[in-house]
Design a protein around this ligand. Structure first.
Ligand SMILES: CC(C)(COP(=O)(O)OP(=O)(O)OC[C@H]1O[C@@H](n2cnc3c(N)ncnc32)[C@H](O)[C@@H]1OP(=O)(O)O)[C@@H](O)C(=O)NCCC(=O)NCCS
Length: 171
């Protein structure tokens, strides 16, 4: 797990400011779960025509799950769930986040998942912009803002976002 930089280099502002709070050992446990799958981006240098693989500069962690829906029969849906995406500050705003998310979605489509999903804190407007305006994610039907009584909506500081897949890759 060293590549993630826990607990010192991890971007945990979102959690610190949230109702959940920041708990590095809980986060490490989540990121180490048996079902966790990673795409890791590393720096590459070329020295005298030799390609040198350097330090990690970002990762996306996801799991294959079945997620709840609002269907009357309580059916669940095959989902690729993005638990975390983090890039080092120097690696941001260069298209790497888009590349990692697109690659994760391609994996989901290939393995017959019906949608991809993630949770984002409402305060992280940069991430919400990235997911919704750039990658085409929408507020999911099970997100608090769509299914909780408006009177209690302020108790929830996150949104659940998702993107439905219209086709399976390779079929
Ligand atoms: C959010 C994150 C994964 C985005 O990855 P990225 O590589 O920086 O994003 P990209 O370069 O692929 O940007 C794609 C688009 O996202 C949007 N975007 C990305 N970062 C943004 C920011 N800080 N503010 C506003 N918009 C942003 C832009 O619209 C950009 O589109 P453009 O090409 O028209 O400018 C990355 O910035 C990051 O690791 N942030 C810190 C950790 C984090 O917040 N993770 C998400 C937790 S839910």
């Amino acid at each position: 797990m060293d590549f993630i930089g826990l607990p010192t280099n991890y971007d945990c502002d979102d959690y610190e400011n949230s109702s959940i709070g920041w708990n590095p050992s809980e986060k490490l446990k989540e990121l180490s779960e048996a079902g966790a799958r990673y795409l890791i981006a590393r720096q590459v240098h070329t020295i005298n025509n030799n390609v040198i693989i350097g330090n990690p500069i970002g990762f996306v962690m996801f799991q294959f799950t079945f997620e709840e829906t609002m269907a009357d029969d309580d059916s669940k849906i095959e989902t690729i769930y993005c638990y975390e995406i983090q890039l080092t500050e120097e690696a941001r705003n260069k298209g790497l986040g888009t590349f990692l998310m697109n690659t994760m979605e391609r994996i989901g489509r290939y393995f017959g998942m019906k949608k991809s999903m993630l949770t984002a804190f409402k305060e992280n407007t940069a991430a919400l912009n990235f997911y919704c305006n750039h990658l085409g994610y929408e507020i999911d039907e099970i997100s608090p803002s769509r299914c909780v009584d408006p009177e209690y909506i302020d108790d929830y500081d996150y949104e659940i976002l998702s993107k439905r897949y219209e086709y399976r890759l390779g079929s």
